[in-house]
Design a protein around this ligand. Structure first.
Ligand code: PNS
Length: 176
């Protein structure tokens, strides 16, 4: 039995991620999608929220599990019965960073091999940060995230944007 893990921030999950999940789930017996933390990033959604969104959009995929981990991917790999790491590549601009991560993971755990799956052409431009900007300004998300999570994503990000605007206005007031 071959088990793959698909790690990422998923802040939030997009149609691009779902494309990779669907295709990888047909290549392996089991696929574990793992929400991890990049300590250099700030996130809009909490880990339980990201796990919930992922669980809802993958509910129809019988061999896909969702998990989260607060630590190194190489250590998750050691602690679970996993064979390979799957990553999606959207464009050559992703390559350098992903190549570096694949080598770092293998250096930390020599068993941790990474395989890359090229994004489907119509999802190559979709990223979580682009989705967040569109949602914050109330734009139409229908082509970028699965329909069952549109509402939740829009509501949360509009609220966050309003809060940021208020904070910025207050700060401007204090600076004057
Ligand atoms: O979706 P992202 O933000 O590109 O995902 C990056 C992520 C979260 C998979 C990566 O930062 C990660 O693996 N974080 C856990 C810590 C780790 O193992 N880092 C890799 C060695 S530098």
């Amino acid at each position: 039995m071959k088990t793959a893990i698909y790690p990422g921030s998923f802040d939030p999950v997009t149609n691009g991620h779902l494309d990779i999940i669907q295709r990888a789930s047909t290549m392996f017996d089991k696929l574990i999608v793992v929400v991890l933390i990049n300590p250099l990033k700030t996130y809009s959604f909490s880990i339980p929220e990201r796990v919930d969104l992922l669980s809802r959009v993958t509910a129809g995929l019988g061999n896909v599990e969702i998990d989260s981990y607060d630590g190194l991917l190489a250590d998750y790999f050691k602690q679970h019965d996993v064979d390979v790491i799957v990553k999606g590549l959207r464009a050559t601009s992703d390559f350098e960073y992903e190549f570096q991560m694949a080598h770092t993971n293998k250096d930390l755990n020599p068993r941790a091999e990474t395989v890359f799956i090229p994004a489907t052409a119509n999802t190559t431009f979709i990223s979580s940060s682009m989705v967040k900007q569109v949602a914050m300004f109330g734009g139409n998300l229908s082509k970028y995230v699965p329909s069952i999570i549109h509402e939740d994503i829009s509501r949360k990000l509009k609220r966050e944007f309003e809060r940021k605007r208020e904070e910025a206005a207050k700060k401007r007031g204090l600076d004057d």
